[in-house]
Design a protein around this ligand. Structure first.
Ligand code: SAM
Length: 215
């Protein structure tokens, strides 16, 4: 794995593109500027690594578009040491961005092949979230409550369990809609039985599977 001047230059251009598209959170932009996204690609496809687009990672899944990663991460408004649950580990790229922000990260993946692959690969890049395999549509109750939960697959509805597993003041960032288009929601838990919901742009994620997903 080599991170050359050429790669670093392409990464700076990607960060510029994200700024032009409206990402203003410097901590998130700096994190994206530090992570060698081309390490997540086979060498033959390396040219795609710094384009602002999603890309197939096998098993019918994708590494999310950098803009989407930046947008969702900004919405979480994480502080260092915050306890965060990511649902949909996938390639692990989003997990690296969160770890660059200094969070205490738990990440869960439904697909056993991707779970095993990413669990073996991320530590080689120096990232060590806690990896879990299973149905994240039910959250990860054993380690709750969380300061933030980020869902990186499109859900049909907001699963109650995820709201339950937030601390008071915690935020859930989740795309909700049909199988092709979802609206990005940010749900803030104000009290044990009260939430505030904000709606943002439309996105297009692969479907959330499992009990509270599309099955
Ligand atoms: N965060 C990922 C990244 O940075 O590469 C993006 C992942 S991809 C867009 C969505 C992931 O969600 C896929 O890896 C998929 O297997 C996973 N997924 C779908 N349903 C899930 C569920 N119920 N629990 C956990 N992971 C799920």
């Amino acid at each position: 794995m080599t991170d050359s001047y050429k790669h670093k230059g392409m990464r700076r251009s990607l960060v510029r593109i994200l700024k032009e598209k409206g990402i203003t959170d410097d901590a998130v932009l700096n994190a994206i500027g530090r992570i060698p996204r081309h390490y997540f690609f086979d060498q033959v496809f390396e040219g795609h690594a710094y384009q602002d687009k999603a890309f197939p990672i096998g098993e019918g899944q994708t590494i999310s578009q950098p803009y989407t990663v930046a947008f969702q991460t900004s919405l979480l408004e994480v502080k260092p040491k915050a306890k965060i649950l990511e649902i949909g580990t996938g390639s692990g790229y989003q997990a690296c961005v969160l770890q660059e922000l200094g969070v205490n990260l738990f990440t869960i993946e439904y697909n056993k092949v991707l779970y095993a692959r990413t669990k073996a690969f991320l530590p080689k890049m120096g990232y060590n979230p806690r990896f879990f395999v299973g149905d994240g549509s039910k959250g990860l109750r054993a380690h709750a409550p969380y300061d933030g939960i980020i869902v990186t697959a499109g859900a049909p509805t907001v699963p109650d369990a995820l709201v339950k597993q937030l601390k008071i003041g915690g935020k859930l960032v989740i795309p909700v809609g049909d199988k092709s288009t979802q609206k990005m929601l940010r749900i803030t838990k104000i009290a044990e039985d009260q939430v505030e919901q904000e709606e943002f742009d439309n996105f297009s994620f692969v479907p959330l599977l499992g009990d509270k997903g599309w099955n």
